[in-house]
Design a protein around this ligand. Structure first.
Ligand code: 3PG
Length: 382
């Protein structure tokens, strides 16, 4: 078992601590869609405040490099006093950090407003590192990205994982050395992104249930009628997975028929003008039986096209997991939003903050952000 560096090893009273968080949360207008990732960062922030560190939070938000963290700062102000640094490239930014009181918090503007962040530019990492004495990565969900604030800063400062990050590793690593029976449920639309996971868990899990539009590619590969269902184009090497006993596919589905009406159909009865939209009732019953017997269930990706309103299968699965006796671990942006809508957060063993990062971590227990801190720890011991 590797020792993972934690801030508890440091004496940080009065020190400037850079906290890389992932506050890439949905924003609607000026309000947050949901705040799960932010709330999960409070464990580390509260600890650092108690220890009287000076806390400089860095994060990205949005996809376009233009979004602002202002709505997040406004949300935080309801809970704690927090300063905002709108331009971290300005001289003023250094002044603000210099004047920070012990135990206070400032938030830097969206790092991706500077294109050097995503390019992992060494000079940019140096600029960011110049604001801190220590660095904590609590951005598990962004740690599959080799960006300056994830892999560049730890080369320059004493570095550790935050408590959110350590909690992610603790829970997600249960899937890498699972207790049995172990059920892995994978949904979503893109075979290309889920293929490594399916391959891995076909070996490791007793059952791999493949749902969502992923299953359509399997049906098509088997030469079955899939009508107008969404199929990701490309060759993914699905064939070897057919031989695996662990893999199960839906036996029935909900389709949108030629007149746009939802219908439940056996897989063998799909018609040319049907589009598969969700898992069917027999499928969910059979999956429910496996879940009820499992000691561990891990789930990533919706079972239906919820954007088109087909969320019933995914909601049923959430309820099956909430009743399960085994450990339940789930994640992904869509799942978090749904759990939030249904107010079911307390019903599971663990909800990962990660989307892509959860998938990557589950493949081999590695992420660029983990590697950067472990390398730094090894270098500091020499
Ligand atoms: C996420 O939402 O998965 C992380 O914040 C990473 O965001 P990205 O996919 O834009 O890098």
């Amino acid at each position: 078992m590797k020792i993972l560096p934690s801030p508890k090893e440091w004496n940080i009273k009065g020190k400037r601590v850079i906290l890389r968080a992932d506050w890439n949360v949905p924003v609607e207008g000026n309000k947050l869609g949901e705040d799960y990732r932010i709330r999960r960062s409070f464990a580390t922030i509260d600890y650092l405040r108690k220890k009287k560190a000076r806390i400089i939070v860095m994060s990205h938000i949005g996809k376009d490099g233009r979004s602002s963290l202002r709505p997040v700062v406004e949300y935080l102000e309801k809970r704690m006093a927090v300063g905002f640094v709108p331009d971290f490239r300005s001289e003023e930014a250094h002044g603000i950090v210099r004047d920070m009181k012990e135990g206070s918090v400032v938030v830097f503007e969206n790092l991706r407003q500077d294109s050097r962040e995503e390019k992992n530019d060494p000079a940019f990492a140096k600029l960011l590192a110049s604001f801190g004495d220590y660095y904590i990565n609590d951005a598990f969900s962004a740690s599959h990205r080799a960006h300056a604030s994830i892999v560049g800063i730890p080369k320059l400062l004493p570095s550790a994982f935050g408590f959110l990050f350590l909690d992610e590793i603790k829970h997600l690593s249960l899937a890498l050395k699972p207790t049995h029976p172990f059920v892995f449920v994978v949904g979503g639309a893109k075979v290309s992104t889920k293929m490594p996971l399916m391959k891995k868990f076909a070996r490791l899990a007793d059952t791999v249930f493949v749902g969502g539009a992923l299953a359509n590619n399997f049906f098509k590969e088997e030469g079955m009628e899939v009508g107008k269902s969404f199929i990701e184009k490309g060759t993914f090497g699905l064939r070897p997975l057919f031989k695996k006993k662990s893999i199960i596919l839906p036996s029935d589905v909900v389709v949108r028929d030629s007149s746009g009406t939802p219908q439940t159909r056996e897989i063998s009865a799909i018609m040319k003008r049907d589009a598969i939209m969700d898992a069917g009732p027999s499928t969910l019953r059979a999956l429910g039986e496996k879940i009820a017997r499992a000691k561990l269930i891990v789930w990533n990706g919706p079972l239906g096209n919820y954007e088109a309103g087909f969320d019933a299968g995914t909601i049923t699965l959430l309820k099956l997991l909430a009743k399960a006796r085994g450990k339940t671990i789930l994640g992904g942006g869509d799942t978090i939003a749904l759990v939030d809508r249904l107010k079911m957060e307390g019903a599971f063993t663990f909800i990962s903050t990660g989307g892509g990062a959860m998938l990557d971590y589950l493949v081999d227990g590695k992420l660029d952000g983990i590697d950067a801190i472990m390398k730094k720890a090894r270098r500091s011991k020499k």
